[in-house]
Design a binder for this molecule. Structure first.
Ligand SMILES: Cc1ncc(COP(=O)(O)O)c(C=O)c1O
Ligand SMILES: [Zn+2]
Length: 381
């Protein structure tokens, strides 16, 4: 019987210039500003048996000691063959990863469990974060599960109702008169002034690596390899993690092909889609949406300037695309999913489902292709 590995070395590497860093909270390269990814020694890498995803995929997550793993009881969500929905719309191999069944109802619990594990290992006792609600709720819920950590969460007043689990002595919720962008700025200012760690959002590799595990699970559950992967994007950290996961599974011989990556946005806030259809590898000022509105609130990010170039590269490398869908397409996908599969999702998830239907109608997707749609979030009651 194999005893599980208790410790491994993780190194960090700049994705632009290749500069190496020791394991630490280095989020961007000192030399070139590039994104930092953790790199694992894949030799001897095994997928374990634990029911806890961070332990099961321990070789492929960014903390060095198994004992650092923090569990939010996240993961192990079903990946279903949506036969009824597929029949209705004409997709014979439509698979849905149902991340709405995570403890706080979103895939962000995987983000929080991984970040808190890394913070625990590096003895971070207090940090600052902000989000449109789901990530912050996952952090707040996660704080309940650890004993010596405090979090300061910043949110715009309009997004306050989207923040759950904040009623806890070690969760400090700061409500800002402003939107999500202003809340993010206030969070960074507060962190600077108080000498606290700002957790980094998209740039925090532990966030991306945690989200990756939804895809490892899905790949392990699927009876066949996906030809296409669809997810709603805000910053794109989930899709970034997914792509790194695909590359790791390929290196491990667990996956042969490269699925086409589809990043889904709602038409009323689709800066990435706009840039992409103009053939632009960067967000330009006219792509930015200054006061974004739309029913898919979790993905109301009007200015993805700093993260889009990474997503553009992934979409291009995988021969994927960005897609934008209308409110009526989102509402229809939402209702169809409920009616045919009995799954209640948030409108960000419905955006991803609608994008798959949209691309089928456009002929970009073929009816028999294996499609994996990540239902990233549900509704908290
Ligand atoms: C339910 C849900 N789906 C998708 C996303 C997209 O997130 P990102 O593109 O930053 O990974 C979010 C982000 O908050 C979310 O809450
Ligand atoms: Zn660099």
């Amino acid at each position: 019987v194999d005893t599980p590995l208790a410790r491994k070395d993780v190194s960090l590497c700049c994705v632009h210039c290749g500069r190496k860093y020791p394991f630490s909270l280095q989020f961007q390269c000192d030399a070139c500003g590039g994104l930092i990814d953790p790199v694992y020694n894949l030799e001897g890498c095994k997928i374990g048996e634990s029911s806890k995803p961070l332990e099961r995929y321990f070789y492929l997550v960014p903390f060095q000691q198994l004992s650092s793993a923090v569990s939010l009881r996240e993961g192990n969500t079903p990946c279903i063959h949506a036969k009824n929905l597929g029949k209705r719309v004409g997709l014979s191999h439509l698979y849905l990863k149902n991340e709405t069944l995570n403890p706080t109802r979103t895939t962000k619990d995987r983000m929080a469990s991984c970040v808190l594990s890394v913070f625990q290992e590096l003895d971070i006792r207090e940090f600052v974060a902000s989000s449109t609600g789901n990530s912050s709720s996952s952090f707040a819920f996660g704080i309940h599960q650890v004993t010596h950590m405090e979090v300061h969460l910043f949110c715009g007043r309009d997004f306050l109702y989207r923040h759950a689990y904040c009623d806890h002595p070690r969760v400090h919720l700061h409500v800002i008169d402003g939107d999500f962008v202003q809340a993010g700025k206030a969070a960074q200012k507060f962190a600077r002034e108080q000498g606290l760690l700002f957790e980094g959002g998209f740039f925090n590799f532990a966030r991306r690596e945690g989200l990756k595990l939804a895809y490892f699970e899905a790949f392990d559950q699927l009876p066949e390899e996906p030809a296409v992967i669809v997810q709603a994007v805000s910053s794109g950290m989930g899709m970034y993690g997914a792509y790194k996961g695909v590359q790791e599974y390929q290196q491990l011989g667990r996956m042969k092909g490269t699925p086409r990556f589809v990043c889904a946005q709602q038409k009323s806030c689709a800066p990435m889609y706009q840039a992409f259809i103009e053939g632009s590898a960067t967000i330009q000022p006219h792509h930015i949406i200054h006061h974004p509105r739309g029913i898919a609130e979790a993905i109301l990010r009007g200015d993805p300037t700093r993260t889009y170039p990474y997503l553009y590269n992934i979409v291009t490398a995988t021969k994927g695309c960005f897609a934008a869908v209308s409110q009526s397409e989102i509402l229809e996908a939402h209702a169809l999913l409920q009616e045919t599969e009995g799954i209640d999702v948030c409108y960000a998830s419905a955006t991803a489902v609608a994008a798959a239907f949209h691309l089928l109608h456009q002929g970009w997707l073929q009816p028999t292709e294996v499609i994996l749609v990540n239902l990233t979030g549900g509704v908290r009651v």
